[in-house]
Ligand binder design. Sequence first.
Ligand SMILES: Nc1ncnc2c1ncn2[C@@H]1O[C@H](COP(=O)(O)OP(=O)(O)O)[C@@H](O)[C@H]1O
Ligand SMILES: [Mg+2]
Length: 305
Amino acid sequence: MSRIHEALKKAEQERASTQGGGVPSSYATTPVADVGYEDIEVNRVPPSLGMADLGGPFSLETLLARCPQPGWNPDLHTMLFMNGNDSAKGTEEYRTLRSRLYHIREKMPLKKLLVTSALPKEGKSFTSANLAQVMVRQHGRRALLIDADLRGPRLHQMLGAPKGPGLSEYLAGKADESSVIQRGPMEGLFFIAAGDSIEDPAEMVASSRLKVLLQRVEPVFDWIIIDSPPAIPVSDASVLAKVCDGVLMVVRSNSTPSDVARKARMEFPDQMLVGVVLNGTDRDEAEYARYYYESYEKKVPTTQS
Ligand SMILES: Nc1ncnc2c1ncn2[C@@H]1O[C@H](COP(=O)(O)OP(=O)(O)O)[C@@H](O)[C@H]1O
Ligand SMILES: [Mg+2]
């Protein structure tokens, strides 16, 4: 058994014993198909996609007029910017992360950002959701948060939002953009939930439909933040990275084995890695009290707090 598999197994056992759960069985398979994306232009919708796609170009007017506004009931302990206190613990680190990302954006195109990590329960969803929130705390910004973890979706629970219709319905051609993009209570924040569970998530995220979705909605948003499954047990994250501009890796402090984190990092091309969030560094106080951001700019890692 390789070190990676040993580490995965150990992490699974540790989580099962400490948190009453383990690696969800949906992560236990290893579909490794490396499926490329077809080159599909915006609005050139394949005929097989059905009536739901014939809505014409997607615009801000469409977004504001047609997207559902279901009302959310967020978990205020972990959704750091939704309780009206922007100086709560952890918020400053997100503002720092935001400014680093803007800094990187001056040097490379960066709008579609994939958030991933090696293993389950390292804070990918927590990081994606809070990052999307801090982005829209700046006046006039719009962010779209997408739950692309079709195996273990959590974002709808964190936000207290409906689970569907969402990405899986869109990818299956059963819904169009304006029926899956939810408008939240926070100005500028929009969300696509994972939707109903499906049998073949790796194939679904590899479908050209995802590229179509992103191309259609991209002009309307300042940031598109995509939450993903863990990078090591399944191939979805590396497939998702192909339609993104950059990858943000989450590493859980005192938890992620370093060789496993390194292995996950190798799943992505160097130029796509925009940084690392070290999550949960202060266990004595609130866990989210410390975030560190490590830049991979010029491939010379520098650690800053
Ligand atoms: N820094 C943090 N502070 C407090 N809770 C956290 C932090 N990071 C993660 N969590 C919590 O830990 C659990 C697992 O995190 P999650 O983001 O769902 O992991 P992943 O998406 O990597 O599987 C969730 O309940 C989340 O709210
Ligand atoms: Mg998650």
